[in-house]
Design a protein around this ligand. Structure first.
Ligand code: GLU
Length: 312
């Protein structure tokens, strides 16, 4: 990569309030960028209204402020970017990489093998819609060329999209653009040079690299942090009822996020001011100390957000 100025980002989906798992991604992306003298942007990934919770976007921003995150520039809202996504679809269409698919979810589930992320699309509509079928989603054609990349935490990753994922959706049957497309278009629009996020998104990255190549967009670096898991081994999320982050005492929670990321923060930092905490954390940040794991189980006290009850 050229020596572009480092620019990271945090890209929450407003499906609910921030929880400890999302905080880890925010802290990791923020400190990675800031420790290199880079910029850090926030993008609201509000492109899926059926999954969104009313007021969640503002609630997330208020929480980020309460935790002392300072972002550069304007917040980009994906809900306002439909024209840019359509323009990207046009580029794919001109290359013959796009096709309309008439399959329902059930048909796909019934006729396919299981891949790294659910059913592999069997390519039913690749050669055109069968008579009497109407277009639902738009898919991008994949192949079995190996897509490999070096993740700065998880190491070398390889994927073959056609075999592992199949031709994937870039515009859904309900007309909304797919995350995989939007994220690629917007990371390029915002000039992002490094993507720091949870390892639950590691299997999405080859699709994103594939789209970047088709669209002629610059490749960012990747750093997938261990995902925060509850004692059942599930990723903290709205579905697994992760507790919302409290705004009242951010520093001990930030301390816990740093500890989760292997940074060994000194105990006295828990009672530091927010500003002192951030300044010290950026100086101490070490990418090499991040555990090379895709997930780490958290004690219930952290999951339940009772961090202050934990003795040192
Ligand atoms: N919006 C996605 C999420 O909240 C993150 C996307 C990304 O970081 O690429 O899971």
């Amino acid at each position: 990569m050229t020596d572009r100025k480092v620019r990271g980002r945090f890209a929450p989906s407003p499906t609910g309030p921030l929880h400890f798992g999302s905080l880890v991604a925010a802290v990791g992306s923020y400190l990675s960028a800031r420790s290199q003298g880079g910029e850090w942007l926030v993008r609201m990934e509000d492109l899926d209204p059926p999954r969104e919770a009313k007021g969640a976007a503002d609630d997330i921003l208020r929480t980020l402020e309460a935790y002392g995150f300072e972002w550069d520039g304007e917040i980009l809202y994906q809900s306002r970017r439909r024209d840019a996504y359509e323009a990207a679809l046009d580029v794919l269409r001109q290359q013959g990489a796009l096709y309309a698919c008439g399959c329902t979810r059930k048909e796909i589930a019934d006729s396919s093998v299981h891949g790294v992320e659910g059913p592999v699309y069997p390519g039913t509509c690749r050669a055109g819609l069968a008579a009497g079928r109407s277009a639902r989603a738009l898919r991008v054609r994949t192949d079995n060329a190996v897509i490999d990349f070096e993740d700065r935490v998880q190491g070398r990753q390889c994927a073959q999209l056609e075999r592992e994922i199949g031709d994937f959706v870039v515009r859904r049957a309900d007309g909304f653009h797919a995350y995989q497309l939007a994220v690629v278009v917007d990371d390029a629009e915002q000039g992002i040079t490094e993507i720091v996020r949870g390892a639950d998104l590691l299997t999405s990255t080859p699709r994103q690299i594939y789209l970047q190549r088709l669209l002629g967009l610059p490749p960012p670096g990747y750093l997938h942090l261990p995902a925060a898991l509850n004692v059942q081994g599930e990723k903290l999320s709205k579905q697994t009822r992760a507790e919302p982050l409290a705004r009242s005492e951010p520093v001990p929670v930030l301390w816990q996020a740093l500890a989760f990321l292997g940074q060994r923060p000194p105990p006295e930092w828990r009672s530091a001011t927010r500003a002192d905490f951030w300044a010290a954390a950026a100086v101490r940040w070490s990418e090499a100390c991040i555990p090379r794991q895709s997930g780490i189980v958290l004690p219930d006290s952290v999951v339940k957000n009772n961090i202050l009850e934990q003795g040192e």
